[in-house]
Design a protein around this ligand. Structure first.
Ligand SMILES: [Zn+2]
Length: 63
């Protein structure tokens, strides 16, 4: 009995086998979509805009 997993991108049932080189994804497209999502998350800072440490000395000088 083959191992079946859910494609993380679209939720489609995917057979986990040596034939499926995109596992656990159902297709190359879904794999690329997931990788793209991860890349976007890297650039998203939770909690709003990041503080630029280079701005701090300038702000102190002004005040
Ligand atoms: Zn998929």
């Amino acid at each position: 009995m083959p191992t079946v997993v859910d494609c993380p991108t679209c939720g489609k049932k995917v057979e986990w086998s040596e034939k499926n080189k995109y596992r656990p994804f159902c297709s190359e497209r879904c794999k690329q979509i997931d990788l793209g999502a991860w890349a976007e998350e890297k650039y998203t800072i939770p909690g709003g805009a990041p503080t630029d440490p280079l701005d701090d000395p300038l702000d102190e000088g002004k005040q």
